[in-house]
Design a protein around this ligand. Sequence first.
Ligand code: BGC
Length: 735
Amino acid sequence: MKTKGDKMNKRWAMALSAALCTQFAQLALAAEAGPDERAAKAVAAMTMDEKIQTVFGYFSTDFKGTPKPKDGVPNSAGFVQGIARLGIPHQQLTDAGVGVATQRSDKPRERTSLPAGILTAATWNPQLGFAGGAMIGSEARLSGENVMLAGGVNLTRDARNGRNFEYGGEDPLLAGTMVGEQIRGIQSNHIIATVKHYAFNDQETGRNILDVKIADAAGRMSDLLAFQIAIEKGDPGSVMCSYNRVNGDYACENDYLLNQVLKRDWGYKGYVMSDWGATHSTIPAALRGLDQQSGWPFDLSPYFNGALKEAVIDGHVPEKRLDDMARRVLRSMYANGLMEHPVKIEGEKIDLAANGKVSQADAEEGIVLLKNQDRLLPLANTYKTIAIIGGHADVGVLSGGGSAQVYPVGGSPVANEGPDGFPGPTVYLPSSPLKALAARMHAKFVYIDGKDAAAAAKLAAASDLAIVFATQWTAESVDQKNLALPNNQDVTIGAVAAANPHTVVVLETGSPVTMPWLKNVGAVVEAWFPGSNGGEAIARVLTGEVDASGRLPATFPMSEAQLPRPAIDGTGLGEHQRFSVDYNIEGAAVGYKWFEKKGLKPLFAFGHGLSYTTFTYADLKAAPKDGSLAVSFKVTNSGARDGKAVPQVYVSKVGGGWEAPKRLGGWDKLALKAGESRVAQVAVDSRTLAVFDAKARKWKIAGGDYIVTLAQASDAPVSTVKVHVAAREFAPGGH
Ligand code: BGC
């Protein structure tokens, strides 16, 4: 029987242990200690239950009859309970890459939206990647969130992937660099960023069941390289493992991906969280490298809750592995200052106007001028009547759908065009291209929705100029069936072009599309999903207030027949009908590399994009430096307008032996006044000169001659130089 004395003793013992813990906590919190030491000390002070609590996340939205956790930020992606006695705050997780998203709700948070990730990649300007990341990270912080589930860096292996808009295009160096900068920007706010979806989650069809087949070397030289570079540049606190399987095992219980490549070879010190519903086991997942289960109740079981505790007690999962899991989570929190810089919900402090300008600056450099016959653009201010056709361009610009959806102030100006459930709704951002154009031009503007091709053609015939806004809504969880614009828009564009040769097509798409009407229109502009101030950005590019300086980060194919997989694998299969996708078909030859290897001529090549001015190039030089190559050349703006050049440096090996004839080795983006010249210096990434030797587990640069090509696009070489490179090997995590 318990006596009063027992109770007193217990109370005394509790007080003593609390005091000790506080001391411990203070020690662990001592800011002079590095994140490793602080995390190790905190873990040493944690009970088993506290460790389990740290590696188990909840969905922070009412779902499947389960209410969101009490302290979780409402309608957010995730929540992990903190440990007050150790000074460890809650982890509040929000999507995603273009800003602070809201899970579907009647009263979403209204936040600034960056342009789509693929647009940011199209800027080829790492500074804009950083600035955008810093901006959305600041909104996350003021929304009470301290873990942002961005940046996405899956390669555009399939032009029809519904999530291409969230990522950085098809080239590992470009994507890794741009997304890495975004991550760095996000984390400059003392919050954690998450690189995702690791790895090879390059199509949405069957994403929960498909098994990607890819050889080690091919993977390391393509998708994995994009992750590796993004991690090197951005040092994200977390990595999100993906839904799919890779060579047989789910990505979130994949020893090769998590333990061998990420943690051993790349020396990654942060933690791996699962995608929402991507955990499939307790013991295999814990042993093979997953550190935190996310989004309960998305998974079938709370694997990392009671079951993990039991597995540790029974010795199936060593306690030191649980310690490692918790330590990794805490390490990222310490490393990013989450303890010293607590977040709170202060949405009213967000400077939406200033942040909109950050988004706009990004959009203005990522809109790509694909075709410009007879200098139809920039628009002369002499037209009397201009027809604006389609795309709801009278009221806004389109955004991409799914968990990354950011809701604009005041809501979408267009009623939901579906679907009713996830990944809907279709959201337009209230920045009207028509109004932005009308504010800059003398012409009389008339809008028509374009659904009736004959009516659109009639209006175009009666106008001096027609601008057709064509949209392709892409979203998480669904791929595009094919590369065509949906809803008969090709018919409308064809009819308008036939009625008026002065037709400009502005595309708002999440990925490449085909253009059967291309030869009949005057100009084509790819504006992607251009973000909160997209209408302004489009108008400024169309009128030439800014140069057109975006360049394609992904190849635009002529047709599906040119793709490694003309049809998307898994189409029409049931929920549990497992299938595999063979990425060994193209291996590391993703995008332009595939096209060049196969001798295919695309509609528009990787790196393509016109400017309103002209550039000339001279003095191309390449010399060995730091085990790689230093390239320099002179760029001159030879036209009459200020503009921005994007000189691209491609490398090839004399004698071949690579997955494709050439690889992007580096680039620069230079703002040049009319007549101005500058010398650009480009350091070639050594991995783009190397081949990964899977057997030796090393990158190997073969000694010999290499060709360095300076180009305006992957299919537009300017000059070449030959250079000898000495043989060199380096570790899988090196460069
Ligand atoms: C997506 C992730 C997202 C998560 C949380 C998943 O469905 O694949 O990108 O971060 O949901 O919303």
